[in-house]
Write a protein that binds this ligand. Structure first.
Ligand code: ADP
Ligand code: MG
Ligand code: MG
Length: 894
């Protein structure tokens, strides 16, 4: 079967996003359910991938385009670029995942020096020349790579010459003059005239859209959103309809529910006598959708009807782009709309209550990433705050920072470690770098559908839009707040913006915990909560708890964190690091232990440490009463507890030069020298410490078990898991196990899997994973230390790589996201699966968990679910996210 590269809108449906892109698939779906869509066809992502790979469109494409174009021409009764009555088309990008504004669109293809006359005869001079002007501008920028400034400065000059403030005030003759100038720019910049042949325009625009997939903005956006660079975009070729043809034409964007709160209603913006991008670009201030009723009542009624049909059909919030041409409504785009995190939870529950979806579907529609956002703090306005203005609440969250007025500065200031708020009139795709660098975004124009708003919501960055009170002077780098004695802010001044309310405050406003966190803390009772967000989170986390197979534990090494973890729903501790307990005042004792020259000195240090450790553990057992507590024996290289070799050597050399004796302890210097390692992460650490420093692990094991005995004596319950780090071979584990069992028996415990006291190991070296079948013989449980396992599997140092070459690797697409953030399922994950499988072959039912940072990462949680682990463990704050994702993993795994 030969590959087909082109499909008519009437052929596809919404489930073909991979092939037709989201826009193409949804256009097809709208045709399928009978909504008015201008006819057209979609060129598949397959064709784009061929283009990206070979540098040329597949040979068959031209013929298929001809065939489908003929179909559209027949349906419309006009031909592309016909001199007397031209069919015009748009060429629109559209990838599998929505990348709003990241790629290119060219409108009005088919206009040239002849057909512009034909169009003028039919639809008016002004309109025709304006359309041609737009084509030259978009084609010049997108297809021919000419700086948009080249065109914009000519428009500005023309407006200045005519004393016009708005584009609309330019006459047909002015626009005709601009067309001549634009053609001049194109010829000057490219050395060839603007292509007059309609089909040549079309083919060039299609290729330009293919190329826009690898444009800088698009690449950066995909990196942010973790979208694979391999997918490619589809291209939609569609009959043009004109919102700028007359006073009874217009264009707009709308949502079936408020994307900020989930409230049902009429939400959107429109402009009369304007073409598509004018609304999104915020060129003119758009009007609220309900006012359309007065402008174009029939189209308005039909739009509301179509909105209702789309929501019922998609069973979800949809966003919609429409255009009205001389009173007739056309649907140009729809998709399941992006929404804020709060709206996602609320809408999911509303749809359950409306009987549209069930609980499982509701759970599928919210994510751990969204829950994370809801746990961010908000402003505490109880003190003295100065409100500068209130504008559109475009993307929720509280942000404080210094104002900067352009993206380059934002990136530069942030690079120096400053928190910045990017303040712009409006943003455009070139601002992406600055937006990413900023804590928050503030614009003086545009609404909820403006570029700034859409992108900020996608990034989870707080954003306030359309603050018309702010007069920005880019040259003077000041922002003046309108009104009597208006405040003048300068670049670098602190402001606080609340993207949930639209408020902008002077200076730094203190922040307070989110209600969602208060709910998890137990401070808000979900049964009586006023806040429907709290109720929605409670409902969906409860559903997740009922569905999930993975248990969720926390990483904690003190009683306070442990108690919080329990409030957040942790079912035990998955990793208690003991090294933190060796810091502070106790460093001295550790130093003594390391420096001890004989048995007696070592014993003295250990004897002093043991009761202190025991006290630590008793506190944790109390906080975790009734639950399993997994404690890892000492792991880090010992020299971490000693002074730095270089500074100590320098101090010694200086002392010697000055002839001073005894300022630097010779013992200490010798020990530091002895323990110095070129590669400490691969050196004397983990179980290697236990096997080389006599008495160290024994002391810890004794402290743990004595603490547990004391806990039980107070009526406490629960279980202890003693975990040996950095095992590479079963013999290492056996040696520690023998020692541990002896101490356990002495203290009255019989250790083993599933009992009060168990002894197991971390699997964090490839050799451990590869020999897991043997290791399981001596282990009561496995816990995957995925940080070290990632480090040792890839062979890069976590501490150095992330700051170093990782950004180049991310840019080049070696991986879409740091493997320390999301588990590398293909490589590291394969070791995890192997170890689980072979471990359980040796010991059926072997308990397995994960205790690296990955335990709280949504995507990784799904992997651990499918790999068959028993639990994940993460930082206390991420426990709710892990609970939610574990539930989602359970219902999505089939
Ligand atoms: P994006 O993916 O950036 O939203 P679109 O492909 O939706 O880009 O195009 C941008 C705008 O161009 C649309 O919002 C729409 O208003 C306008 N547009 C695209 N195709 C047509 C068309 N066939 N007729 C009229 N306007 C169009
Ligand atoms: Mg669009
Ligand atoms: Mg480790």
């Amino acid at each position: 079967m030969t590959t087909r590269y082109v499909f008519d809108f009437a052929e596809g449906d919404k489930d073909q996003k991979a092939l037709l892109g989201g826009k193409g698939a949804n256009l097809a779906e709208m045709v399928k359910i009978g909504l008015p869509v201008p006819p057209g066809f979609t060129i598949t992502t397959d064709a784009c991938r061929v283009y990206l790979k070979t540098g040329a469109a597949p040979a068959e494409l031209a013929g298929e385009v001809t065939e489908h174009l003929a179909g559209v021409e027949k349906a419309m009764g006009r031909t592309l670029g016909d001199p007397s009555d031209p069919l015009l088309v748009s060429v629109r990008s559209g990838a599998m995942f929505s990348m709003p504004g990241m790629m290119e669109t060219v409108l009005n293809i088919g206009l040239n020096d002849q057909s512009v006359q034909g169009l003028a005869a039919i639809a008016g001079e002004r309109f025709a020349w304006d359309s041609y002007r737009r084509l030259l501008q978009m084609f010049g920028k997108t297809v021919l790579d000419i700086e948009s400034h080249e065109f914009e400065s000519l428009i500005d000059a023309m407006k200045a010459a005519r004393g016009a403030k708005q584009d609309l005030e330019l006459s047909a003759a002015d626009l005709q003059e601009l067309v001549a100038q634009f053609k001049g720019v194109i010829e000057r910049e490219t050395g060839s005239p603007f292509p007059q042949a309609p089909r040549a325009q079309l083919d060039a625009a299609i290729e330009a859209v293919f190329r826009s997939w690898v444009g800088e903005r698009a690449v950066l956006y995909r990196r942010q959103e973790r979208i694979s660079h391999d997918l490619g975009t589809a291209v939609n070729v569609q009959t043009m309809v004109f919102g700028n043809m007359s006073e009874d034409s217009g264009t707009g964007v709308c949502f079936t529910r408020d994307p900020g709160t989930g409230e049902k209603g009429v939400y959107g913006d429109f402009l009369m006598n304007a073409q598509g991008e004018d609304v999104v670009a915020g060129i003119r201030n758009a009007r609220p959708l309900h006012e359309l009723e007065g402008e174009s009542p029939a189209a308005y009624r039909q739009l509301l009807d179509n909105m209702a049909r789309l929501e019922a059909h998609y069973k979800d919030l949809c966003d919609i782009e429409f255009t009205i041409e001389r009173g007739k409504l056309w649907m140009l785009q729809t998709r399941v709309g992006k929404r804020t995190a709060a709206a996602a939870f609320k809408i999911a529950c509303q749809l359950v209550d409306e009987g549209v979806i069930d609980d499982d579907e509701a759970l599928r529609r919210v994510t751990g990433a969204q829950l994370t956002m809801l746990m961010f703090p908000r402003f505490d306005k109880s003190g003295d705050v100065t409100t500068l203005t209130k504008a559109v609440a475009a993307s929720p969250g509280a942000a404080v920072g210094r104002i900067v007025l352009n993206s380059t500065d934002a990136a530069e200031w942030a690079g120096r470690g400053e928190r910045v708020i990017l303040v712009r009139t409006e943003t455009n795709p070139d601002d992406l770098v600055g937006m990413i660098a900023s804590e928050g975004i503030l614009t003086s124009r545009g609404g909820k559908t403006s570029h700034a708003a859409v992108i900020a919501r996608g990034m989870g960055a707080p954003c306030v839009c359309g603050a018309e009170d702010l007069l920005i002077d880019f040259a003077a780098k000041t922002v003046t707040v309108a009104g009597d004695g208006g405040v003048v802010l300068r670049e670098g001044d602190l402001v606080s913006i609340d993207g949930a309310t639209g408020e902008v405050f002077l200076g730094e406003v203190p922040v307070q915990a989110s209600p969602v966190v208060e709910y998890f803390e137990g401070a808000i009772d979900p049964a009586t909560a006023q806040d429907d967000l709290v109720t929605a989170v409670h409902r969906l986390v409860t559903v997740a708890d009922a569905r999930r197979r993975l248990a969720v534990r926390a990483n904690s090494d003190n009683p306070e964190d442990s108690a919080r973890a329990v409030r957040f729903g942790a079912q035990g501790i998955g990793l208690c690091r003991t090294e933190h307990m060796f810091l502070g005042d106790r460093r001295q004792l550790v130093e003594q232990l390391i420096l001890a020259e004989d048995e007696a000195g070592r014993a003295a240090a250990l004897d002093a440490l043991r009761p202190l450790q025991q006290g630590d553990f008793e506190g944790i057992f109390a906080a975790m009463d009734g639950k399993p507590v997994n404690i890892r024996l000492l792991d880090p290289p010992l020299h971490e507890f000693l002074p730095d070799l270089t500074s100590l050597s320098v101090a010694a050399a200086v002392a010697e030069a000055k002839g001073e004796q005894g300022t630097v302890d010779a013992h200490l210097l010798a020990a530091v020298h002895r323990l110095h390692e070129a590669n400490p992460m691969l050196g004397l650490r983990g179980v290697r410490l236990g096997l080389t420093i006599p008495g160290l692990f024994a002391m810890q094991i004794r402290a743990i078990l004595s603490a547990f005995t004391a806990h039980k004596a107070r009526g406490g319950t629960g279980s202890v898991e003693i975990m040996v780090p950095l095992i590479g071979d079963v013999r290492e584990l056996r040696l520690v196990r023998e020692e541990a069992e002896a101490i356990a028996r002495e203290l009255g415990f019989e250790p083993g899997a599933g009992t009060e006291v168990s002894i197991g190991t971390m699997i964090e070296l490839p050799r451990a994973a590869l020999t897991a079948g043997q290791i399981a013989d001596a282990a009561d449980f496995f816990s995957f230390g995925t940080n070290d396992l990632t480090q040792t599997t890839w062979g890069f140092s976590r501490d150095d790589a992330e700051g170093g070459f990782f950004s180049a690797y991310l840019d080049k697409g070696v991986f879409p996201v740091s493997p320390f953030e999301t588990l590398d399922a293909t490589g590291v994950g394969r070791l995890v699966r192997l170890a689980v499988t072979e471990g359980r072959e040796t010991k059926p039912g072997l308990k397995t968990g994960v205790c690296g940072e990955h335990g709280g990462d949504p995507e990784s949680v799904h992997f651990f679910h499918t790999a068959g682990l028993d639990y994940v463990s993460c930082s206390p704050f991420r426990v709710p996210v892990a609970r939610l994702e574990a539930g989602r993993a359970a219902i999505m795994a089939h």
